[in-house]
Design a protein around this ligand. Sequence first.
Ligand SMILES: [Zn+2]
Length: 269
Amino acid sequence: MNLKNLKNEVLVQNTKNLIKEENRILAKVLAHFQEIEARKLYLELGYGSLFLFAVKELGYKEASAQRRIEAMRFLKKTPEARPMVEKGDLNLSNLSLLERVSREAQATHAQSVAALNLIQEEPTSAAESEAKLRGYFKLENKKRVVRIEMDEETYQLWLTTKAKLGEAKDAVALKKLCQSQVEKPQKKVRQAPTARTAGVVLRRELLKQAGHQCQYVGPINGRRCENRHFLQADHKVPYCLGGKTVQDNMRILCQQHNVFAYKKGPGTG
Ligand SMILES: [Zn+2]
């Protein structure tokens, strides 16, 4: 099988077919998990739990074993989901998510089925799916825990900043500080269109216009990139070809798409 000769569309379609196949195999693996649990086979083989059996006997990494067991439990109590997995329309991430959230909400069977249909509607990112389900079950939104290492000087600066903001709680003070940065009205300064790169003001304007998100749109599927990190101001008509550093000729690309567009040549993406 020489993938190099495949057309782009065929390559994408083949990958999708393989993923469906992968989900169908997943359905079989999960059915086996369920039977092993029903027989308490892991106990017979000397493991204290199905989880330990999955890690030590089957060789899964801890997180992978956990997700499969969660998926199996959801399938067990919500058999309506099984045909969807067998058809390849429901994946492992969503199954384990459904189990975690429905368990936390102590969902009834009817609610689990409703949640299942909710998540099947359209493909979303893991975070979006989780937010959707949490909304449905009226669960509190997940709190993010961020651990930041800093030197003593920065820490003292932070304490001073918090005092100035009049907030004792780190999260509240940080939110105030970020809001003051994001929402500050900016003075417009015109920049010479012959400048090589976008200055701070133009860049800020471009980022705002782009909604702080990469503006690359796939030519085949019309999908816009969702990257929000390492964003760069890129010339549509390259500077070396006489493109001006003005808003109309600029767009925001993530680092990956900037390199990609550059390799593809001007006028793409
Ligand atoms: Zn991008």
